[in-house]
Design a protein. Sequence first.
Length: 211
Amino acid sequence: MTYKAAARLAAQHHLEIYGGFHPEGGGTLLLLGPGAGVWEHVTAAPEFAHGDDPMDRWSRRVIGSMAEALGAEPLFPFDGPPWHPFQSWAQATGRCWESPVRLLVHDRAGLWASFRGALRFAETLALPEADAPRPCEACAAPCLSACPVGALSPEGYDTAACHAYLDTAEGADCLGRGCKVRRACPVSATFPRVEAQSAFHMAHFHRPGTN
């Protein structure tokens, strides 16, 4: 099994390998996130025809089948408790860092960084060298002033203020197009993510019982 083989299989489902690393206990962990065209792909899948949490169910089916084909163990951020430490794993890849507003920023996805799952291999796979610089180093940090209510800041995430803003008429822009802070990231602006995908995740985040 090789990294390239895993990347080719991921691409068939419009997923990308967002990074990989070798855990202390041995083996290899590859993190999977949305790639170009993923929204059009997943919304045509059977999970979106009926039932709750279609994106999670699609992820479980697709990444589970990938794991079976590749001889790996599938892991998901929505399984728990206990929850898998995806944020720590992401930073261990050398391609994801904490941004000025404490959200993770990815070298390619920017503040749109998100993970649909991971593949854990017992063997040690050769990984591409993670040599991308942290994008925030040469950035004017527009993320710091993008939130109208200051819900995202170096001090952390004020989810109550965020939900309250989303309940207002002005909050419709974030609900329909995605978080203004995430959109403000220059790297995010170059990433192929459609507004309908952001609207889906914002509606899921803001539904009753999530705050």
